[in-house]
Design a protein around this ligand. Structure first.
Ligand code: NAI
Ligand code: MG
Length: 363
């Protein structure tokens, strides 16, 4: 089999952390015959410098054709004043939109060695492994009308509109149930049906989807505000959380802080399965940005990018054993006290980006 990967390192530390993933891909091809075929493109400021746009049409075509896209990070002070529609972030938004990536997966995994770095007590997060599935292309961030009008009496009115159709809820619920089956088989759906019609429909559709197709999975419901509280109070009670765009934005950021540094957090965004092949379009990226404050110094933590590649192995290629092995290698290296600056702790050995990548690969 060939497995096609399109790499978009982007700007700043995006290029430094992607270099470590490139080594892992090369090793998997050489030692394991993994059959990855890679191509690379430009996105963000680097694409703007070369082509005057945040991503070229040629690179968009390649992204659409690949089995999976690996994305580093975009942006930096150099491009703060470029025109709005070609600013670095426009490349990321274009990719999400054209690949129709409606499901955003944000795991919150607490590596045992880093339990002390959490915002919570170590015993609350030790062994934590939850997955937040956020709807990414609908809801209040995109609903119409969206406007500010002048009421004429010195007052203005701002309107954002939360819109969800049945099919949008059904497909995100299906992603959550399918992922739960590969984990601890439990989904908690979060909305605010007590005060929002979209919450009522969300609850109905998730319940119906469960009954029709996923009755083997354990399903619970929680109001999203109570869910936020429970995430901080007793996070280990959850396996998969499925929620809308707005609540997912907040809940995934809350969950992020349960696990420590921004340099540790991977993500995946999935599209709908192709009706013929069943394959989903997908993009994998760290949660962090291009970190201009440390770019070029060789000290960025590559783990978020490497863990994003582990998600790629798991979700795009069903290489579950390989994904487990890569995640275990990360855990082992942390256990041995090898750390980049952002996760440095007393008694540990401080390494740079390259040595962290090499050590994980060796492990
Ligand atoms: P950032 O995530 O780039 O950095 C925030 C802080 O965390 C910085 O102090 C940085 O040094 C540190 N940090 C982030 N990743 C790290 C890593 N892997 N290892 C060690 N330390 C790390 O967010 P910031 O500073 O708000 O934005 C910087 C630029 O990145 C901006 O141009 C912003 O627009 C862009 N950005 C891009 C994103 C993307 O490409 N998906 C996401 C967030 C921001
Ligand atoms: Mg956010």
């Amino acid at each position: 089999t060939t497995r096609s990967l399109f790499l978009l390192p982007g700007d700043g530390i995006g290029t430094e952390t992607m270099a470590e993933v490139r080594k892992i891909i090369a090793w998997m091809n050489e030692a394991q015959g993994a059959g990855f075929v890679t191509d690379e493109g430009l996105v963000g400021g680097s694409a703007y410098d070369a082509h005057g746009v945040a991503i070229s049409e040629g690179d968009m075509k390649k992204a659409l054709a690949a089995d999976a896209v690996l994305f580093g990070a975009v942006g930096g002070p150099k491009w703060d004043n470029v025109p709005y529609d070609v600013r670095p972030e426009a490349g990321l938004l274009r990719l999400r939109k054209d690949l129709a990536l409606f499901a955003n997966l944000r795991p919150a995994i607490c590596y045992p060695a880093l339990a002390d770095a959490s915002s919570l007590k170590p015993e609350l997060v030790q062994g934590l492994d939850i997955l937040i599935v956020r709807e990414l292309t609908g809801g209040v961030y995109f609903g119409e009308p969206k406007q500010i009008t002048d009421l004429g009496n010195g007052q203005k009115r701002a309107v954002d509109t939360q819109v969800y159709d049945t099919f949008e809820i059904e497909r995100i619920a299906a992603v959550a149930f399918e992922l739960a089956r590969t984990r601890r088989n439990a989904v908690c759906s979060m909305e605010k049906r007590n005060v929002m019609k979209s919450g009522v429909l969300w609850n109905e559709v998730v319940t119906a989807t469960h009954k029709d197709r996923y009755a083997d999975v354990q399903l619970s419901h929680m109001l999203a505000d109570a869910g936020g509280m429970q995430l901080v109070r007793q996070p280990k009670q959850f396996d998969v959380i499925v929620t809308d765009n707005l609540f997912g934005d907040m809940l995934s950021d809350i969950a992020a802080m349960l696990t420590g540094s921004l340099g540790m957090l991977p993500s995946a965004s999935l599209g709908a399965p192709d009706p013929v092949t069943g394959k989903r379009k997908a993009m994998y990226e760290p949660v962090h940005g291009s970190a201009p404050d440390i770019a070029g110094e060789g000290i960025a933590n590559p783990i978020a990018m490497i863990a994003s590649f582990a998600m790629c192995l798991r979700y795009s290629f069903n290489m579950v054993a390989e994904a487990d092995r890569l995640e275990q290698a990360i855990a082992n290296v942390l256990e041995k006290g090898i750390r980049t600056g952002d996760i440095m702790a007393p008694g540990c050995r401080k390494v740079g980006t390259t040595e962290m990548g090499d050590t994980i690969l060796a492990e």
